[in-house]
Design a protein around this ligand. Sequence first.
Ligand SMILES: [Zn+2]
Length: 1162
Amino acid sequence: MAEQEASGLQVLLSTLQSSSDKEVILNILSVLTDLLSLGSGRRIHYVISKGGTEALLQALAIAARTEPPDYCILLPLLRLLARVGQRDRKFGLKVQKAEAIDIILSLARRNLGHRLYLTHCLWVLRVCASNVTTGTTLGINGTMELLFKVITPYSKRHIRTVRAAIEALAALLKSKSNSRRAVNKGYLGGLLRLYQDWHHNDVSNNYIYIRRGLLLCLKHLTNIQLGRETFLGSLGMEILFTSVQDCLSCKNLDPIITSATQILRKCYPKEPLPVVTIRSSYSFPLPGIAKAENPCEGSEGDYESEGEEEAEEDLDNEDVESKEEDYDLETDVNKLKTRPVLDRPEEELGQYEAMCPELSHNFQEFESESEEEKILEDKTESLPSAPFHFIPTATSVKHANYRWRKQSATEMGLDPKEKDFKVPLQNWTKKEKCRWDPIDEKRDFIKAAQDAGCCEDEDRARSHAFTLRPLPKEAAWYKKMFYPECESSINPSPGGRLESSDVVTNLLEKHQQDIPFHNPCVYLARAKCVKSIPGYKDLAFPDFCGHQPPPYSKPMLERKYGVQRDKVLDDVRRLIQPDDVIGRTVFDLDEPSHSSPGLPGCLTFFSKFESGNLRKAIQVREFEYDLIMNADVNSNQHHQWFYFEVRDMKLAVPYRFNIINCEKFNSQFNYGMQLVVYSVKEALQGRPRWFRAGYDICYYKNHYCCSAAAGGGMRGKCYYTLTFSIKFPHNDDVCYLAYHYPYTYSTMMAHLAILEQNRNPKKVYWRQQTLCQTLGGNPCPLLTITAMPDSKKSDDLEQFYNRPYVFLMARVHPGESNASWVMKGTLEFLVSSDPIADLLRKCFIFKIVPMLNPDGVINGNHRCSLSGDDLNRQWLTPNSQFHPTIYHAKGLLYYLRSIGRAPLVFCDYHGHSQKKNVFLYGCSIKETLWQAGCMVDTAVITEDVGYRTLPKILDKVAPAFVMNSCSFLVEKSRESTARVVVWREIGVLRSYTMESTYCGCSHGLYKGLQLGTQELEEMGSKFCLGLLILHLKSLPCSKKLMAQAALLLDLEEEITDRAQRRCSNSSLETDDEPPCVEEIDYNTDSSSDGERDFSELDQEIQECLLWAEGDTEDEGLTTGQSCSSKALRGLYISNQPASNSTALPLRSTALGVYSGFESSPA
Ligand SMILES: [Zn+2]
């Protein structure tokens, strides 16, 4: 059947090429016309695949050779070529091969006076020019001159021809050498004037397609630097900006506004970032290295990229995209399969024995249980920083008003005989309130704050100067809130500034918060010990006071129509209408004296606190600020994370902020994500929380560039703007703005202290050790968590020692604070009294490094450590000096492997900035080879598919988790990440990276919602549940354990099922974001001009047939109005088949030739 179809079409095509009988040719053409004008483009593609293009070109060559040319044949041929050619990706090459360029061009030349013929030629020229090489040839042969002659001067005569010429010109100008030639010939100015004429004369907006076509020409011309310079010199900015203002009120004119805005943005003169150097304000001298200059790559060059002039990209290669995607896959089977040798002497591994105290613990303390209880009791009593929350138990849930004060660990712990397992996993988190008495405990707080036992002597001096950020004491609301009652208890110092400890005391008395697992004084004590490069003296209020997640989730922000365009036009206005531009630096980390903070009518910024990273703030206009983030220490890049304080704001005023040195190509800020904001006043009123805020949010390429000088040799780098507007909730408030919910190193250290003190020591084995000191001198904690053995009996001890390991890590990338919130959820669950946790502890020994990059977190980095290295690219050969946390984490893993105890599961928690949901990356040889299209000899490569079990389980139990987003491909660019190295070198089958979105979910229970800390923490606890199920599924375990687990999991399943049923939707869609609503990248290479939209030209051709039947010459005068409005409709109304408008009558003779064609496969 297929053969028959093919032969039918092929006979038709070969007859077309060989026949000299006019009747036959006309017949075939009309049959083809009829066929291709019906239905979708699938038929055309089929014809192309059978050599249709070549046949048509051949027929064209023959028909054009006759003298005079036979237009009865030529016109339908040209129409067919235009229709087929725009869908044939190799059309340009075929045209060249058939040497048809000259034929079409000379046809056009000899018909300058005959508009209908000319228009047909122009359509084909336009299609030819969509291939850059063919376009360039056309340009050399004088096509642009011809087109320019057709479109100038401005005239409403021959609208169709003018339109076809403008569109052909736009296609030609895609070639940069054509653009250069056109600019040199002065066409740019000519086009600008022509655009102005059309703009002014087209008052009823009937010729939008012409105006847009002219803008398209200008858009291509300004892709080259010469074009941009000429555009500026011809007052292009002013002309386009002014014309756009006239268009803004009319929604029909969107295509014009969008094109003009893109040109304006692109031509806005490039500027270096307004900083002395883009290198971080903070540098860290690396021990033993005289790295005089930065470790960043790059060479000389100005910030105008030179390369763009030369590169003529031919996009005809159809496989470009798919090839690029797979290029990174590791296809070297040996590399995938073999295990590399140790990266260090084997005898070094001995030191890690000390990090596994659980393996040599003999539990002699069981002998004197009562005595131990006493010790524990004493310990709890004497702890000044004892937290006032404990991990709730089944008992505590039953007593909602449970008050805990000075209880011994035994009392607060779960009675071992307690058999109440009815606590669903969700319930133990944060729901119940455990009150503490602030008056009684106040002294302890202050004591804790002052005698932080963890500080070394050398830090004493500094820690005394450590203060909470001052509160806005002049603010009316503050006076009202504090002074009426508190005047006696606080003594403003002569300078009007309260002593920090007084403020703290006062705050804690009046506004004690009830945030589980957080204690301000423990936080303060920990924060004092932190070693930072700037030597922080200030404490950000949110970190001190804590964050209590709001009881609701926030939906993703709906993108306002045209928001980006409006912002870009507002940016351009700085250049065109500079009257209201202030341009005053109000905060500068590098040169504090150069800034003028506290001026009336301007915001005050600050960020010199843990994880803060604002570098500079410039007041652009009264309520608009440009902000620059600091680069990672010892680097000049990685700007993404931000965290800073802002004060002196006015109520309800819309402030616009632009973070102008972002680097990523796209951002979730374009897809519904909001930043997070914390208001001190809100906190003092009992709502201490980060909340998602900001509107008019978008992310786009700006005009800032990195000059070679500022970049230390890094050339041609471009920046993106994240812009957002905020109306602050209070007058004169102090607010904090951040990329994502902050989670500082001190937060983590305080959290660990609180967890340790509140665990049930009879059940939870907990050891906190120091994995190593970081480069910056901060301890990197290592935790061991498991269940205490049931008894000292050898069976129980053996079970204890032989539990498989699970190795978890987080926050190697400091900007990924979401990873810490997930880890927080994991840790709280692991030490909780939840019966599932109890069971889980009996199944595994957990080794956890909750923060692999403390220095990065502390100093406000986004990606790197103090050495300026991405620590998650160092796992192949970590350097003990520069990457100590990686070196020792890997060492510990090596050690575990060397004693035959390689972990069952390894997971590194991360945050993902481009995708939604939570998902895992894992490693599979087979999936990688398959994806790369390699032949896989399944006999040679055997692979345990056990790596898929955990993600499948998580897909079921964790609402934010999506299996479909997971990937198990091993990429070359990831070969030095923890996941791949632990998989290959330590031999861990289930080695994962867990990626949590910064934004929200596109699937499941949380679909359409932005994630909050509650959901992230829940993910951490559900991960634990997943581990338990994995254990039950894949490891042999005792009947007793199995029975217990079955009971618990049934309960759990019921809950999960209910949740999932509520939102049963397929997870078959991919999770990749669609192209952005508005183009983000105003790159010179961007060419989204809608030329892939075939319907437009098709429509033109169809309409022309009607027109051809009627008047042939003076269409502009007689039918211009109606034509253009039809064409206008064609611009907006998509592909409407107009089947019965063929010009030439169908003849029946050839029908038999193509029988069966209808059912042809595409
Ligand atoms: Zn990461």
